[in-house]
Design a binder for this molecule. Structure first.
Ligand code: PGA
Length: 255
């Protein structure tokens, strides 16, 4: 696992974008796994800038988002469809037919989840999966206690996650209780992982993910078992790490 600690949020976003852009330039038909949340916003902003100013081309890229709330239509302003559309999709040249998100309005959740897994396989698997991390160590909506071998399925959100999300809804009762999420096993099948974390609120989660015991109670800790995992944090999120880490992936010399 490669851990990169940057000075601040802007630098961590630029670093993460540099990694995505590098993989995309090397493989124009990249299969890219996408994440929502406040942390990847800076990364998406930088990718948009690279598209607009330097012609970074997404026309052959396929995307798969990690998760979506159950019961929110794509037009709902708190749905992840809407988040991705407004913060990324409508600013780059992705082809609509190559864009995938879990369908929170599906009538048959199990059939949909199976289709999503098959669709990922059809495209040859995810090349690079972008990830955030929850304060409780979740990745996607794989909350503590999620099976480390899990596949795309419906999950009940924890109280902690619902509280963290409540700020986006007018009434607490409106905060969704369920989500469709890629499983931990689905995420681990990606050929490369890129986890971004920002702020002191994430310091314990990052410590657990990078240096803690591997446990279903801290689902992000499984990335220690991945062959190609990169973690990019700002100083505060990386503050509790004890190992010695680099400040740029370009400075890493591989044997
Ligand atoms: P955040 O969410 O980037 O908004 O902190 C991350 C997550 O919960 O996965």
């Amino acid at each position: 696992m490669l851990v990169i600690i940057k000075e601040d949020y802007d630098k961590l976003s630029a670093e993460a974008a540099k990694i995505v852009a590098d993989r995309l330039r090397k493989k124009p038909n990249l299969v890219l796994g996408l994440a929502t949340g406040s942390t990847p916003l800076g990364l998406y902003k930088e990718l948009i800038r690279l598209h607009q100013n330097e012609g970074l081309d997404f026309s052959k890229v396929t995307t798969f988002n990690l998760d979506e709330y159950v019961g929110l239509a794509p037009t709902h302003d708190q749905s992840y469809h809407y988040f991705m559309k407004t913060n990324f999709f409508e600013h780059v040249n992705l082809a609509k037919r190559f864009v995938h998100l879990p369908d929170g309005m599906t009538k048959d959740v199990n059939a949909f989840c199976q289709w999503y897994e098959e669709r990922i396989s059809e495209f040859g698997g995810i090349d690079l999966q972008i990830l955030g991390i929850g304060q409780n160590g979740h990745i996607a909506f794989n909350e503590p206690g999620s099976s480390l071998g899990s596949r795309t399925r419906i999950k009940t959100l924890t109280k902690n996650t619902r509280q963290a999300n409540a700020r986006f809804f007018e009434q607490n009762e409106e905060v969704p209780k369920y989500a469709i999420t890629m499983g931990v096993g689905t995420i681990m099948d990606a050929k490369e992982l890129l986890l971004v974390a920002n702020g002191e609120g994430k310091a314990d989660a990052i410590k657990g993910a990078c240096e803690g015991p591997i446990s279903a109670m801290a689902p992000a800790s499984i990335i220690q078992m991945h062959r190609n995992a990169i973690v990019v944090t700002d100083k505060s999120a990386g503050a509790k790490l004890q190992g010695s880490y680099v400040d740029s992936w370009e400075n890493v010399v591989f044997d």
